[in-house]
Structures are given as C-alpha cells and as structure tokens.
Design a protein around this ligand. Structure first.
Ligand code: DGL
Length: 277
C-alpha cells in the first residue's frame, strides 16, 4: 500500500527560510519536506505581535491541512512572536498530536556548547530584537553559562540581501555600523547568533568586521542538527514523517517571481506552486 506523504513543514515569511531548508535537506535527506513562503505578506520583521501571530497560525494550519505532522518555523520573527502562543494555546485545541518547533531554542542550545566566556550577541530584525525572546531563552536555558546577552536590530540587512546588494560597499557600510554598535554594547562578546534567515548570506562581510575571537552562529546547520536529535528523542513524531526524499515549494506570491529569486537562497533552482492562506 502506498504510504500517504506526511512531509516536515518549513515555514518562513518569504525566501529566507530556504537557507534553513537547504541545510535540513542536506542533513536529513531521507525525509519529505514542504516549504511555505508567505512572500505576499513579507516582511514580518517590522510587523506587530498580533499580525505575525495571525499570519503564522494561518500558515501552520495550512501546513497541517497538507498533512504535515511536524512544522518548523524557520523564520526568527515568527519563532519569536508566534511560536509560544501556537504551542501553548492553539496546538492543544487544533492538533494536540502535532508539533511546531522554532529556531530560537536550537540556537540557544548551540550557544551553550560554543561560548567560552558567556558573553553572547544577537543580531536580528526589529521584531525579533524587541520581543526579547533570545535574552529570555538564553537566561532560561543557558544553564547559568550565559552571563550577558546584547542585541542589535539590523533593519537594513534583509533589504540588502533581497535586493542582491550583498558584498557591495553600500551593504558593508550598514553591516560595519551594526557590528560596531553591538561590540560597543559588549566588547567581550565571544559568540554572535545570526538571528535572521537572511544573514548567512552576509557572512563574508559580517566576519570581516568582527574580531577573530567571535564565533558566528549560522542557524541552518544548527537547526538541522538539533532537528535530527529531536527526531531521535521523539520516535512517536519521527514515525509520522514520511521518507521519500521529496521537497515541494509553495509561495503566497507570484510563482514566477518566487522561482526566479529562490535559487539564490537555496543554492539550487526549484519549481514552486501557488497557495492561499
Ligand atoms: N524571515 C525573517 C526572520 O528570520 C526575516 C525576513 C522578514 O522580516 O520577514 O526574522
């Protein structure tokens, strides 16, 4: 009998989550994945709590409808502003046996493995930084190892990537400015979390302006590794995920526009379908 596909859902506000999906595909190639980019309503980084929560919940429900048992919020802003409510308020009512996970907790777990002196920095969207999710989670799950968390909102970094300006002098002006700002907040920072889907595409410039002692954590590989651990620890969820090595892509915007830009984030070309939330 043919097994019904039950892909792992990967949600993002637009293209950025493809940087996470790229690593998930590489690390867990046997699983089926479905990517949903809410390109019609991107960016989420500047939107209010209520709006990000509403949009994210719609996306999660849609992914459940297409038979996902497990959904990863690849978007930091959605993880920061919507995940907790979805896990605690919505899931018990709409799908108690399903799971929604984010990108903040795995990043916190990695920080604890990496930091030597407990001085941590976070760069992210205005929304992620304002939510204080990283400092709260680092204090809660840091096992006393994190002594200080400083944050810097970098509102220009997403438009730099989206407009294909990475590596240009104009882009470097803003990246340098934000890096100098965060170092001013804590010159002892030894670990920096790139708390936004787009920032790995700016890695070369970010590293150029940071002292060599700072470890820069890019989330895609971290989320993939931690998801692998999670699936081992939760066989009841793992057995629900189908394994035919397929990936399907959906966007809420024009398919043609999505396909023409997505390859830059995923590292390979793709074919997408349109979806309404
Ligand atoms: N995906 C978002 C994040 O990781 C960045 C883009 C946006 O603002 O929607 O926070």
């Amino acid at each position: 009998m043919l097994q019904k596909s039950a892909p792992i859902g990967v949600f993002d506000s637009g293209y950025g989550g493809l940087t996470v999906l790229k690593e998930l595909k590489a690390y867990l190639p046997q699983y089926d994945f479905v990517y949903l980019g809410d390109n019609a309503r991107t960016p989420y980084g500047t939107r209010s709590f209520g709006v990000v929560y509403e949009y994210t919940l719609q996306a999660v429900k849609k992914l459940f409808e297409i038979n996902c048992h497990l959904v990863i919020l690849a978007c930091n802003t959605a993880s920061a502003k919507a995940l907790r409510s979805i896990q605690q308020v919505d899931l018990p009512v709409i799908a108690p046996q399903k799971r929604v996970l984010g990108v903040i907790r795995p990043s916190v777990e990695k920080v604890i493995e990496v930091t030597q002196n407990g001085h941590v920095g976070v760069v992210g969207t205005v929304g992620t930084v304002a939510s204080e999710s990283y400092p709260i989670e680092l204090a809660k799950w840091g096992g006393g190892k994190v002594v200080s968390t400083v944050q810097e909102a970098c509102p220009m970094w997403v438009p730099i990537v989206e407009n294909n300006e990475a590596g240009t002098p104009g882009a470097d002006y803003f990246i340098r400015k934000n890096i100098e700002n965060i170092l001013e907040k804590d010159k002892d920072m030894d670990t920096l979390i790139l708390g936004c889907t787009h920032y790995p595409l700016l890695m070369a410039s970010i590293e150029k302006f940071l002292p060599g002692k700072v470890s820069v954590l890019s989330q895609g590989a971290i989320v993939a590794e931690k998801l692998g651990d999670y699936l081992k620890r939760h066989p009841e969820i793992e057995k629900e995920c189908s394994k035919n090595a397929t990936v399907n892509y959906y966007t809420t915007e024009s398919v043609d526009v999505f396909e023409s830009r997505a390859g830059y984030f995923l590292g390979e070309e793709l074919k997408a379908r349109s979806i309404h939330l």
